[in-house]
Design a protein around this ligand. Sequence first.
Ligand SMILES: Cc1cc2nc3c(=O)[nH]c(=O)nc-3n(C[C@H](O)[C@H](O)[C@H](O)COP(=O)(O)OP(=O)(O)OC[C@H]3O[C@@H](n4cnc5c(N)ncnc54)[C@H](O)[C@@H]3O)c2cc1C
Length: 344
Amino acid sequence: MNEEVRDITIIGAGPVGLTTAFWAGMREANSQIIDSLPDLGGQLTTLYPEKWIFDVPGYPRVLAKDLIDQLRQQSIEQFDVPVSLETTADRVEYEGEGSERVLRLVTDKGDFLSRTIVIAGGHGAFEPKKLPGFDMDPWEGKGAHYLVGEKSAFAGKKVVIVGGGDSACDWCLNLLDTAAEITLVHRREGFRAHEVTVKELNDAADAGQVAIRTPHQIREVHGNGRVEGITVFHSETEEEEHIECDAILLQLGFKTALGPLKEWPLEVEKGAIKVDPVMHTSMEGVWAAGDITTFDGKLKLIATGFAEAAIAVAQAVHHIRPESRIQPKYSTNTGVPGSVEGQA
Ligand SMILES: Cc1cc2nc3c(=O)[nH]c(=O)nc-3n(C[C@H](O)[C@H](O)[C@H](O)COP(=O)(O)OP(=O)(O)OC[C@H]3O[C@@H](n4cnc5c(N)ncnc54)[C@H](O)[C@@H]3O)c2cc1C
């Protein structure tokens, strides 16, 4: 077990967690990040990697996945921050007293020791919703996907997208320039997506670019080791149809839950952690930033999460080194600390 004590353990590798690691590096504090997902980027990677974001100041527009890549370079790459993915925070134990106090973050992959913790857990740990009524598990990794990491994974493929919400409809439109064929299967008539998206989808269907099968459900998946086709049935008439395909993209939404964090002695309001004006939670040595926080005037935006992370880190560093000033020096004067002591 790694018994090294770092300055800050960051829970969450979304945009705000990555930014927290950046601010830590700028304050010459060493940090480490854990996240329950297999990839960096939180909601941006999981829910909308190929969407343009227009309200991150400094970028007239930026693709979500590109913003995460820039944040990755600026934070974990620049400051060599260790990241443990597929690792879920379970509980915190306090050890020692006063300036010797250490927080032991217990996870499903072992313990992480640090002087402080910043929770940047967004809406909590993510899990894609499974298809009701059909077990897709045996086809995962063999053509069935819950996430679109790179659009190129669907290049030239006959793709069946399953779902009726924004993400299913968005991916139909987003993959038009990538996939060879797209069929959208939804068990109900009509879609629960933005009006503009539904109009664009219907236009694409009228132009023969997308085949829509509603109300239809999956009855069977065919293939010899990989997806080669599916049988769908009409939800009312039960009439069956075979659709040739080599990829199935399930877009049924995500379950998010505070999960184990709910058991922590944190003050929680409507699923979010209450913080004071300096982003401190009700637990000693634990700050929070980003979508997971709530306070008067809270905005759930990437831009405000960046600022919350700066405040949380300034406080955490001051807590560890009381002689340090809370206000950071301007980077125009200091540049970026060359190497951070103790960083891996
Ligand atoms: C479709 C969509 C479009 C959006 N568009 C915009 C936009 O245009 N502009 C904008 O500003 N915002 C937008 N947002 C909101 C933006 O994505 C969020 O504000 C942002 O992702 C918050 O970042 P975060 O790092 O706080 O949380 P998240 O991105 O949610 O990341 C939190 C991370 O913490 C991890 N985590 C949680 N609990 C644990 C645990 N116990 N252990 C380990 N890891 C854990 C999660 O797995 C996750 O990776 C959009 C959101 C959606 C869904």
